[in-house]
Design a protein around this ligand. Structure first.
Ligand code: TRP
Ligand code: ZN
Length: 465
């Protein structure tokens, strides 16, 4: 009798306590990107990732603890994170063990009690294993590229899920604390500003703080032998890493080109407004063979092939540093709008080329416009190229041509006001092409529908430039 009463009481109590959460549902398995339906997840919003990762170059194995602070955006009975490979050792939510299961790249976490809409919660995941390269025959590979002395972790759009559990879509930005623990004598670079370093028991922990919100794919790790150069200039903390194993001629070109970073940031600030982050820099690994440079936030990664064999390699640096405004600070809301990243970064190269006396933006535009109508430059809708074509040349070049056509239509004054205020108004946020078109129309006071239809939404060569 007494026991029965206790059971009934407990039942009543648990029903009342979970009252609001009785409407709890699992969060969606994807955040809603038409190109990448499983990237990101629904039902919560990440505020901060704290990643503590130990990496052993001898075995290529990492062991990590990811502490993820988030806020529920619905009553949540369960939620997903994205993780590709690796082994999970434990999961807690708000300090209590949580059930979890995995299916492909989806990790489902079921907390002991449903999470209330609007409530903050902390998920802590311990995991380990050898991180993989995520192969993508269309776009190129991303993930953890092992080198003889360490690993380089970078990629786009899918890379975060190869090394930490995340809400892996640029629309859910967060700040990051990244601590990389490596054998003493190995360098470990990541995003943002250096936040101290200590050595204990033969292992050195390198701490990095990325305080401005960052998209998950922009988080990077560069572990191995690097000559690290740190300095402050113009209120920005620069940290560069150059692999000492580079052939001397390449090393010198990289070093000379990196030395121009403050000058390049000043140049770009003139057009785009204040540099959006407190840290900057770049990294080159001698064994980099993944085939692209990437605009990792505050600290892009390059391969030796990104630099010319003679003289100056500033063009690629201009491209990746321009992405700090367009791509990183002003990030995509969905991958179809990739031209908002690549078209803008390419246009920055055109401006730099003109500044360096290497051909005007108009000349670059004219040369491209002379391309025959059958060329692949004209084959895509630039603002919706398809998931397999995110990084085709047309997204870069026709994207930049779109901006030049806009410049011709509205005049230099309005055009540069459009670029600068776009970066300022959306600093730290996410955007879409529709939003850019509205912005350009508002600033210029012109109806630009025909122009953008012609340049962004027509898969053929425009009859007139
Ligand atoms: N976004 C990179 C740039 O700065 C290029 C890039 C990333 C890329 N991943 C890729 C290019 C995959 C081709 C394939 O331009
Ligand atoms: Zn780019």
């Amino acid at each position: 009798m007494v026991r029965k009463l206790a059971v009934v009481l407990a039942l009543v109590l648990s029903v009342t306590l979970t009252g609001a959460a009785s409407s709890a549902r699992p969060g969606a398995v994807g955040i809603g990107d038409p190109y990448y339906p499983l990237d990101g997840n629904g039902g919560y919003d990440v505020k901060h990732y704290d990643l503590a990762i130990r990496y052993a170059p001898a075995t290529d194995a990492l062991a990590g603890v990811a502490t993820i602070r988030a806020r529920a955006t619905q009553h949540l009975s369960a939620f997903n994170l994205d993780l590709d490979g690796l082994t999970i050792r434990s999961v807690t939510v708000d300090g209590r063990a949580a059930r979890w299961s995995r299916a492909g790249t989806e990790l489902t976490v079921t907390p002991r009690r449903p999470l209330h809409k609007g409530g903050a919660f902390v998920t802590k995941i311990a995991y380990d294993g050898v991180p993989k390269v995520i192969q993508d025959p269309d776009l190129g590979d991303g993930g953890a590229f092992t080198t003889s002395d360490g690993v380089m972790i970078l990629g786009e759009p899918d890379v975060a899920q190869a090394w930490y559990p995340s809400n892996d879509h640029p629309i859910d930005k967060a700040s990051f604390s990244i601590a990389l623990t490596v054998p003493k004598g190995v360098e470990a670079l990541s995003n943002g500003a250096p936040a101290g370093r200590f050595t204990r028991g033969g292992w050195t922990t390198w701490r990095w703080e990325q305080i401005e919100p960052m998209a998950t794919y922009l988080a990077m790790a560069a572990i191995g032998q690097f000559d690290v150069k740190s300095y402050r200039r113009d209120g920005i903390q620069f940290v560069d890493g150059i692999d000492p194993a580079l052939p001397k001629a390449t090393y010198d070109i990289v070093a000379r080109s990196f030395a121009r970073e403050p000058e390049i940031l000043r140049f770009l600030s003139g057009y785009f407004g204040q540099y959006p982050f407190r840290a900057a820099g770049g990294v080159v690994d001698a064994e980099g063979d993944w085939g692209y440079a990437l605009e990792n936030q505050g600290r892009p990664i390059y391969t030796p092939d990104d630099f010319p064999t003679v003289e100056d390699g500033s063009a690629i640096i201009v491209h990746e540093l321009a992405h700090q405004w367009y791509g990183d600070s002003v990030a995509l809301g969905r991958w179809a709008d990739i031209w908002l990243n690549e078209g803008f970064a390419t246009y920055a190269e055109w401006l730099w080329s003109e500044h360096e006396g290497l051909g005007t933006a108009q000349e670059t535009f004219d040369a491209l416009y002379a391309t025959p109508a059958t060329a692949s430059l004209w084959k895509y809708e630039v603002a919706d190229p398809g998931a397999a074509n995110l990084f085709v040349g047309a997204v870069y070049n026709r994207g930049a041509m779109t901006l030049h056509a806009l410049r011709k239509a509205v005049g230099d004054k309005a055009f540069f006001r459009i670029l600068k205020s776009w970066a300022q108004m959306n600093r730290g946020g996410n955007v879409t092409t529709a939003k850019f078109i509205r912005h350009a129309e508002r600033v210029s006071g012109k109806n630009l529908d025909a122009l953008f239809t012609k340049w962004l939404y027509t898969a053929s060569k425009p009859a007139t430039p």
